[in-house]
Design a protein around this ligand. Structure first.
Ligand code: ATP
Length: 202
């Protein structure tokens, strides 16, 4: 699974549609302070399902939409499109028939986020699970934010364990276990209700 292209439109400082072609091997992004290098990394994390505004250096999720400058008006939406080469079939098995994956996330003012995987509408969870199962994603330790190294050094053991679990690719399993436990609890409550009804009828 190889990221091949990141397309930004109205995301943070990227007002106009901008393509970042990612070739195999090492890609370096070089530029003066404030030109948008970190915004590129944030776009990658955002399209993979990041939902914490603080991780996007904003107060609310809509802060990722281009806010306007002296010469250009604010945009109404932001969109990021991540293209992935899956010819090596390293994406989760559900995508085994796809040579390429296209993940699109769009946020519209007052309307929230919408996701698409290969043109089909998807939930945030679907996108997050796709990347979690491939041992990557918005919280992947492979994406290192500014200041993250010093945070890591000062982190509590529990937080460090989470990083190791993500690196080992088991965070998707934790999410599934959590959802299974919630369903189990809901079923137990239903069973209790049914047994109350049966008692009343008896
Ligand atoms: P440095 O090397 O200093 O860390 P950088 O190249 O990583 O800089 P970024 O932090 O990615 O730069 O970009 C910051 C720029 O993005 C700032 O000029 C900021 O005004 C702009 N920016 C961030 N959010 C928005 C937004 N919603 N609308 C317009 N511009 C934005």
């Amino acid at each position: 699974m190889q990221f091949t292209r990141l397309r930004l439109n109205g995301f943070k400082s990227f007002t106009d549609p901008t393509d970042l072609v990612i070739h195999r091997g090492l890609t370096g992004v070089v530029g003066p302070n404030g030109c948008g290098k970190s915004n590129l990394l944030e776009a990658l994390r955002w399209v993979m399902g990041e939902n914490r505004p603080t991780a996007m250096r904003g107060a609310g999720m809509e802060d990722v939409i281009f806010a306007g400058t002296d010469t250009r008006g604010a945009r109404h939406f932001a969109e990021v499109h991540l293209q992935i080469d899956n010819t090596d079939r390293l994406a989760p098995a559900a995508f085994n028939d796809a040579d390429q994956l296209d993940i699109v996330r769009r946020i519209t003012r007052d309307a929230g986020s919408a996701y698409k995987i290969n043109g089909k509408e998807a939930r945030a969870r679907d996108v997050q699970m796709l990347f979690a199962d491939a041992s990557t994603g918005a919280h992947s330790p492979a994406l290192v934010r500014q200041g993250q190294i010093s945070e890591l050094i000062n982190a509590k053991p529990k937080a460090r364990r989470r990083i190791l679990e993500e690196a080992a690719g088991i965070s998707g399993l934790y999410q599934r276990r959590h959802e299974a436990e919630l369903r189990l609890r809901a079923t137990e409550i239903n069973l209790e209700r049914i047994s109350d009804v049966i008692d009343q009828l008896a």
